[in-house]
Design a protein around this ligand. Structure first.
Ligand SMILES: Nc1nc2c(ncn2[C@@H]2O[C@H](COP(=O)(O)OP(=O)(O)O)[C@@H](O)[C@H]2O)c(=O)[nH]1
Ligand SMILES: [Mg+2]
Length: 643
């Protein structure tokens, strides 16, 4: 359990922590000189081995609210400090608001400096606090009058906190490791050390992690949790990580950075869809596109708020909205943000991160808002989030399929877990080359209907074509899906044979194309010539000469045949039988299997042609995507091309 102080400056937060733990958390020279907390400070009292316990002492001065926010990001339990003589003051209220926005609902109140007031004033201050807390998640929290000077009441408060630490429920570990970094420094002999709060997951000594924003990879050489050496840490821990890796130093990370599990990719996010809540204490409505300060974990950036469900938001109201950030951040579903005004003087409200990759268009489409609302509801229902409802809404939203890789990162879950969820809901998942898409049954039915309609229409319009080219079909039906995924989807959809795939063409079964009479006559005459010399058939001009035919007529006929899939147009005016091309592809594959590469010299020897033609044929294979050229080497790019 990490206890965090909150309260107005000079109300005795630091003195109280020192009295409770014996540790002075104001360790900076400037803090000592001014008697003022500037940076969050930490104290870890001795406890039984298996009890994790620590204190975060935050600055109370309004000028250091940004530092308070960095410290508050890791708190489980609130120690609200109010001086008996002053009573409730501006930062008492603001800190309380911030803690509420961060989702904190458990804690106690220390009514400090009890030695300075009489019993009547103490009672009055107590009443003030009870009233203040009434409409907050801390309503009914016990109030402990204490004096850090005389020591009065300290034992009672300590008992309460120490007992609480034993029984406090540890938040469920959820998703991959994420550490919100609040400090980084270089330790002689060890290298880079970063400290922060484990926002999710678990990390072990020896793990590889990634730094945000640099993207650099590092290894965890050692770690301390709650200031004690350990070999792992989990969600909620205060952590110091000693990291090693190439380029990994103080220059590349600091407060606001993140250390993230390698498995969790962390794209830099410029826009975040959030559920916004405006505090009821703010004097004016929040207008669309208001410039603000945004705090997320220990990250502090500026940006603007967009409202997705209206033009303005009244105090105390909630709405779906979007943050457009001046500096990209790392964030996942459920992260809390605190929003302060442009001048950084007042806290305006806060929000829950819902989606880190909003689309450019259709952000306010009713289906999308319904999806965001579903995400919000799952987060509000508590961790670990039940993602069935949002997944269902996401599938309904995306007729093009849901990108499960991006979704897994956004919600910080394993793909495997999400794939199982989709299947259990009757959806379907296809994956190829690192891409994973999920479809609802309804979406698949729509795609099927679309494909059939387009293929049928094209047969009618172009009866001489073998069918609709798969690439063209993909662009029409689902332009955002990759070629390999679309191919898989077609195989999946049409297992029952409603459409057939012939090479690059998709056609209705039974569809046959024929040449017109003139082309058919020429093809009858030319075909034997091409078959007679499979790897070096005559070119159009040679055919024209030997057969005494018009060059242009031969060309027209052969191009029609190529459309039917009978022959390939390998280079200008040079057509090969499709079966010959397939045979040559097998030879290329054999050469690559044997030598790791296909080169013109060996290929020429196998097919028995001149070097120049061999090069043309290899270039043809490059062009159609079967191979890929690197200098003189041709490597296989898509072995499945001829299946
Ligand atoms: N008389 C009295 N003074 C206190 C008590 N607690 C703190 N102080 C004094 O109040 C001032 C501010 O305390 P500090 O802990 O720095 O306040 P913080 O800004 O909330 O951390 C210091 O001069 C302390 O010595 C207390 O219980 N009684
Ligand atoms: Mg202090």
């Amino acid at each position: 359990m990490i206890v965090g102080t909150a309260g107005h400056v000079d109300h005795g937060k630091t003195a109280l922590i020192q009295r409770l733990t014996g540790i002075d958390t104001d360790r900076l020279k400037e803090e000592k000189a001014r008697g003022l907390t500037i940076e969050p400070g930490f104290a870890y009292p001795e406890m039984a081995e298996d009890v994790e316990f620590g204190f975060v002492d935050v600055p109370g001065h309004e000028r250091f609210i940004h530092n308070m926010l960095a410290g508050a990001a890791g708190i489980d339990y609130v120690l609200l400090v109010v001086a008996a003589d002053d009573g409730v003051m501006p930062q008492t209220v603001e800190h309380l608001q911030i803690l509420k926005l961060l989702g904190l609902s458990e804690g106690v109140v220390a009514l400090t400096k009890s030695d300075l007031v009489d019993a009547a004033r103490l009672e009055e201050a107590k009443r003030e606090i009870v009233t203040l807390l009434a409409d907050t998640p801390l309503a009914g929290a016990p109030v402990f009058p204490v004096s850090s000077r005389s020591g009065e009441g300290i034992e009672t408060l300590r008992d309460r906190l120490w007992t609480q630490a034993q029984v406090q429920q540890v938040a469920p570990t959820n998703g991959h490791f994420r550490l919100a970094v609040d400090r980084a420094f270089t330790k002689i002999g060890a290298g880079l050390v970063v400290t922060g709060t484990v926002v999710s997951g678990r990390v072990n000594v020896g793990d590889f992690v990634r730094l945000f924003p640099s993207g650099l990879k590092a290894r965890v050489r050692s770690l301390r949790r709650q200031n004690r050496d350990n070999d792992f840490a989990t969600q909620g821990d205060r952590l110091a990580l000693n990291l090693v890796g190439s380029g990994v130093d103080r220059e590349v990370i600091g407060r606001g950075g993140w250390v993230i599990a390698e498995a969790l990719e962390s794209p830099a996010l410029k826009r975040l869809d959030i559920a916004i809540e405006l505090l009821d204490s703010v004097p004016a409505t929040l207008e669309h596109w208001t410039p603000v300060h945004i705090h997320l974990g220990a990250t502090h950036v500026t940006g603007r708020v967009s409202l997705l469900e209206g033009q303005r938001l009244a105090p105390g109201e909630r709405m779906l909205g979007q943050l457009t950030l001046d500096t990209p951040v790392h964030a996942c579903l459920g992260d809390r943000v605190v929003i302060r005004d442009h001048g950084a003087h007042v806290t305006l409200g806060g929000g829950l991160v819902l989606d880190g990759a909003p689309p450019r268009r259709g952000q306010r489409a009713p289906k999308r808002l319904a999806w965001l609302a579903a995400l919000r509801d799952s987060v509000m229902a508590g961790a670990p989030y039940d993602l069935r409802h949002p997944l269902k809404a996401a599938l309904a939203l995306r007729s093009e399929g849901l990108d499960l890789v991006a979704f897994a990162h956004n919600v910080n879950r394993d793909q495997k877990e999400l794939i199982e969820l989709v299947s259990s809901m009757g959806g379907r998942v296809i994956s190829a080359q690192g891409e994973v898409r999920a479809f609802s049954r309804l979406a698949l039915e729509d795609i099927e209907t679309n494909v059939l309609a387009i293929v049928t229409a094209n047969h009618e319009r172009e009866p001489a074509m073998l069918g609709t080219e798969r690439e063209r079909l993909r662009r029409q039906v689902m332009p955002n899906l990759s070629g390999p995924l679309f191919r898989l989807l077609l195989n999946d959809l049409f297992e029952t044979g409603q459409v057939e795939q012939h090479g690059p063409f998709v056609a209705l079964p039974g569809h046959r194309v024929t040449l017109n009479d003139e082309d058919a006559a020429i093809w009858d005459q030319v075909r034997p010539l091409l078959e007679a010399n499979p790897f070096e058939p005559p070119r159009v001009r040679d055919i024209a000469t030997s057969e005494k035919l018009d060059e242009q007529r031969i060309r027209t006929a052969l191009i029609a045949c190529a459309r039917l899939g009978e022959i390939y147009h390998v280079r200008r005016d040079h057509f090969f039988m499709s079966s010959s091309v397939r045979d040559m592809a097998v030879i290329v594959q054999e050469l690559v299997d044997m030598n790791g590469t296909a080169r013109a010299a060996e290929f020429r020897n196998r097919i028995g042609t001149g070097r120049k033609l061999a090069i043309h044929i290899l270039e043809f294979f490059d062009r159609i995507g079967f191979t890929r050229r690197m200098h003189d080497d041709h490597l296989i790019r898509r072995a499945d091309m001829w299946h």
